[in-house]
Design a protein. Structure first.
Length: 511
């Protein structure tokens, strides 16, 4: 079945989804009560996908080389991070502080959070690294200034860069000649300011860059206030960009996984409790040029997946949660990570190798589907389309058990969906289709992959999907029995989606 299409480009989908929620037929399977919840979800996702990055830096004379690095690399840092998290909004703020009573220079200079990273670079370029009067500095003033910046993101990444401690004998072990305010700073003065950072955003990740040992006592006291505070030793100013970039990527990656995490239900019942290794799949970034998402890229996609492992203890419930064509679902309580998961146990397998292959095949299908859902969200957000549905596919992961469950040790798993909406099947991998909105997502994957694959068999709660199937002629990559190849493409366009909808497909550029 040949469908007319054009090569994908960076501005592939341009038009508005404005009619999406107004189209009653499109969302007839969603209850009226859930209508408002869906709109709230969109706003939640948009806010959750925003990150504020705050630099608080000692700008006395000894810090000149670090100021120079910040000035020359800050744009590259944010560009690299944006490539990894397309669809996220990043804003940057900067606070420069000097000594408290050095009247020769401004004590505090700052620029509020902005998406105009060039403006931040210009600001940093104009700030001069000038000597202070003693060795201790006005850290408390710098942290106080950071609180004045208006963060409206869900994730705030703070970087504190200093080579000298705060005024106050409790923050260092030097003589009074080192700190002329040694006995004049109230107890817990710095800690009380730092405590307020917990209120700046839903999630605050604070990182201190350690340049000298003089800051050790101060950093330890800061860590007591913010237990998750991390201390990164930096022995060369040239490593500034690498440390900051990798730290933001780490925190944003963890935050991205939480976007689809919902309220956890208690878990009870008989089952197997065992030690295990949890493996989380990390997707490769979306290429800047959409033309790069071609058959070559997609064939190599599996090799670009990264895996992060973590030891844990889990409990798998004996009772079946549900049964599909190929697997049986069981609830999993990941005790160590405090997560509720759903494990998929294959119905038919002969050996441990068979069980492992089932897990690998499911990871491939889910990872590709998750990638294209992310791509779909990015494309529909290009022109800040207010009504575009934030389609998610649950991220893939798996457990390797110390003790077997139903005879197998490798179990595919994904987060439990506790979203307050009824489970819905939007399409299958043959002829059934209940939602042209979701059909447009399947159509999108076919066009965006340049006819290499199609994500179908869509089901889930609201816009959060799980257990999709993929049709592709490449059976070497997609070897699950649900892959119908060319037959699946034909069935989709002949029966599920015979005509492009004026309300759904055409507005986003699908023909």
């Amino acid at each position: 079945m040949e469908k007319k299409t054009q090569p994908v480009n960076g501005k592939f989908l341009k038009s508005s989804f404005a009619s999406l929620f107004a189209e009653k037929e499109t969302f007839k399977q969603i209850s009226p009560a859930a209508y408002e919840e869906q709109k709230m979800l969109i706003q939640k996702v948009k806010k959750s996908s925003s990150v504020d990055v705050l630099f608080i830096m000692d700008c006395t004379g000894s810090m000149k080389k670090y100021m120079d690095q910040a000035k020359t690399t800050i744009i590259d840092i944010i560009k690299k991070v944006q490539q990894c998290f397309q669809g996220f909004t990043f804003r940057v703020g900067f606070v420069a502080y000097r000594d408290l009573h050095d009247k020769r220079y401004p004590n505090i200079e700052y620029i509020d959070f902005t998406t105009r990273i060039e403006a931040v670079q210009d600001f940093v370029g104009k700030v001069q690294a000038l000597s202070g009067q003693d060795c201790a500095e006005d850290v408390i003033g710098g942290l106080n200034a950071g609180l004045k910046l208006k963060s409206n993101a869900n994730l705030l990444c703070c970087f504190f860069i200093a080579d000298a401690p705060s005024h106050g004998s409790q923050y260092h072990r030097r003589s009074s000649s080192y700190d002329y305010l040694a006995d004049k700073i109230p107890e817990n003065a710095l800690e009380n300011v730092l405590e307020q950072y917990k209120k700046m955003a839903n999630v605050v990740e604070f990182t201190c860059l350690k340049i000298t040992d003089d800051t050790d006592i101060m950093f330890q006291k800061m860590q007591k206030v913010l237990p998750n505070l991390t201390i990164q030793k930096i022995d060369s100013a040239l490593k500034f960009a690498d440390i900051v970039t990798s730290t933001i990527v780490h925190h944003a990656s963890n935050h991205d996984k939480q976007i689809i995490k919902n309220v956890i239900k208690p878990i009870s019942g008989e089952g197997l409790t065992t030690k295990a290794t949890f493996w989380q799949v990390i997707l490769p970034p979306i290429p800047k040029d959409a033309l790069q998402i071609d058959e070559t890229f997609l064939k190599e996609f599996g090799k670009k997946l990264r895996f992060v492992e973590e030891s844990c203890t889990i409990k798998i419930l004996k009772d079946e949660l549900g049964k599909g064509a190929c697997s049986i679902a069981h609830k999993i309580h990941d005790v160590t990570r405090d997560r509720k998961m759903v494990g998929k146990v294959p119905i038919n397998f002969l050996t441990q190798e068979d069980g492992l292959k089932v897990v690998k095949d499911r990871i491939i299908t889910q990872a590709y589907s998750c990638f294209f859902a992310q791509y779909y969200r990015c494309v529909t957000a290009l022109d800040q389309l207010q009504a575009a549905p934030p389609i998610f596919v649950l991220p893939p992961s798996y457990y390797v058990l110390d003790e077997p469950f139903k005879g197998i040790k490798h179990i595919y798993a994904e987060p439990e969906l506790n979203y307050n909406e009824q489970w819905a099947r939007y399409s299958n991998n043959s002829a059934f289709c209940a939602s042209q909105t979701m059909a447009s997502f399947s159509h999108f994957t076919w066009v965006a992959s340049q006819k290499y694959l199609m994500v179908t068999d869509l089901q889930g709660k609201g816009f959060i999907l799980t257990d999709p199937a993929i049709h592709s002629d490449d059976s070497n990559v997609f070897s699950e029995s649900t892959n119908k190849g060319q037959e699946g493409f034909v069935s989709f366009f002949m029966q599920q989606h015979p005509e492009c909808s004026d309300q759904v497909c055409h507005p986003i550029g699908l023909d």
